[in-house]
Design a binder for this molecule. Structure first.
Ligand SMILES: Cc1cc2nc3c(=O)[nH]c(=O)nc-3n(C[C@H](O)[C@H](O)[C@H](O)COP(=O)(O)OP(=O)(O)OC[C@H]3O[C@@H](n4cnc5c(N)ncnc54)[C@H](O)[C@@H]3O)c2cc1C
Length: 366
């Protein structure tokens, strides 16, 4: 529950809310700001408030991250660029030489990375590597790497012959790495599809024990799924506030908030948001208590993204055509939220994973 936070966390939440209200909304809405200047100002403000590095340190509790993301999103500023520092991701805890060559430059903002997990539907086999002395020789394709165009290196899931799946660091300037396609998705984010033809990387670029790549990737994915769920419950609250404001404004024929038909829809939005928010907070608390929350993180991600999408859709219906005018806050929200039911795991695939978690592995709570 968002209630029963420690006094310290309550105070932190209030500081984040003040930052969102007093600084970030202004930066979001200033049409004169160039995108790079906006990002820099957001970064400066976030650093000054002690938010920026939360994603970079290993011991930030899941509940703290949730409170921050929920609070930012409930003020409509959760998706601003520059709020959070680059995360270690699969490089978390990595030893030398990768620590010096990749992890530290990544955390310092000197290098960028992309997460290469998804294969194109027509790939004959998942991206694979053979071992050749001290090197891995990689072949294959990855289809949807967010930020891939600017990435100095990829963290890619690769099937290593005889060893199993590994997360492998592939520098994008290596011979044999090429970009097959660059594209933008509905939410305005940029992606690249990569091809690997006999790309040679040092064997130590495979992170962790042989065969543990998928587990390592999944540990990271659970974190990202919880982050998306947090953003969705905050965004849902923000949308619900926008709708309430709109419903109270008199229109031709009366005040919409007085209509029972409208109240029915609005009540449904609130009930869905309440369920999603409760779920996401429970999952964060279980995570901080040291439980395995792979299934609960999946459940939160699926439910929160579906609920936020449904709420945004109903909101447009209640506010009316004005909400679809390009530049209206709901128009941007609906585009962004729609992508989240595919990113970091497609909804139906994840539902099947939760079933597998319980039926085959005896995991997961209700
Ligand atoms: C905004 C955005 C950002 C993304 N960023 C990244 C990224 O940085 N890195 C990355 O690796 N990926 C990224 N992705 C890709 C994302 O992870 C995939 O889109 C997602 O996993 C679904 O894969 P897919 O698009 O190939 O669809 P599919 O897996 O082909 O799914 C399409 C439909 O087919 C169904 N389906 C699939 N397989 C079967 C089957 N065997 N039987 C029955 N039904 C099936 C699914 O349930 C679904 O309904 C991103 C996607 C988006 C939208």
């Amino acid at each position: 529950m968002p209630e029963f936070l420690s006094p310290d966390l309550q105070a932190f939440r209030d500081r984040v809310a003040t930052l969102a209200r007093d600084t970030l909304t202004g930066l979001r809405d200033d049409p004169q700001l160039a995108p790079s200047v906006r990002t820099q100002r957001v970064r400066d403000a976030s650093q000054a408030a002690g938010i920026y590095t939360l994603t970079q340190v290993r011991d930030t509790p899941a509940l703290t991250m949730l409170v921050v993301r929920d609070t930012l999103a409930s003020h409509g500023v959760g998706s601003l660029r520059g709020l959070f520092g680059e995360e270690a991701g699969v490089l978390e805890g990595v030893g030398e030489p990768l620590r010096t060559t990749h992890l530290l430059p990544l955390l310092a903002g000197d290098k960028r990375t992309g997460f290469a997990f998804t294969e194109p539907a027509d790939a004959p086999r998942p991206t694979w590597a053979r071992v050749d002395g001290d090197e891995l020789v990689i072949n294959g394709r990855k289809s949807y790497v967010t930020g891939g165009l600017d990435a100095s290196f990829l963290a890619a899931l690769v099937e290593v012959d005889g060893e199993g799946p590994a997360m492998v660091i592939i520098d994008t300037d290596r011979p044999g790495v090429s970009i097959e396609r660059r594209f933008e998705s509905l939410d305005g984010s940029h992606h690249a599809a990569f091809r690997f033809d006999d790309v040679r990387v040092p064997k130590h670029h495979a992170i962790g024990a042989p065969g543990q790549g998928r587990t390592r990737a999944l540990a990271r994915i659970s974190e990202v799924r919880r982050a998306l769920a947090a953003d969705c419950v905050g965004t849902a609250a923000w949308i619900i506030d926008l709708v309430a404001e709109s419903l109270r404004r008199p229109r031709r024929g009366g005040v919409p908030a007085d209509s029972e038909r409208i109240r029915l829809r609005y009540g449904e939005m609130r009930i869905d948001a309440y369920a999603a928010r409760s779920m996401v907070y429970r999952t964060a608390r279980l995570t901080d208590a040291g439980h395995d929350t792979v299934n609960e993180s999946i459940a939160s991600k699926v439910f929160a993204t579906e609920v936020a999408g449904k709420i945004a859709d109903s909101a447009v219906q209640l506010v009316g055509g004005e909400a679809l005018v390009v530049g209206h806050p709901l128009e941007a929200a609906i585009r962004r939220l729609r992508t989240l039911r595919l990113a970091e795991g497609e909804t139906d695939t994840l539902r099947v994973n939760v079933s597998r978690g319980h039926l085959d592995l005896g995991k997961g709570r209700i």
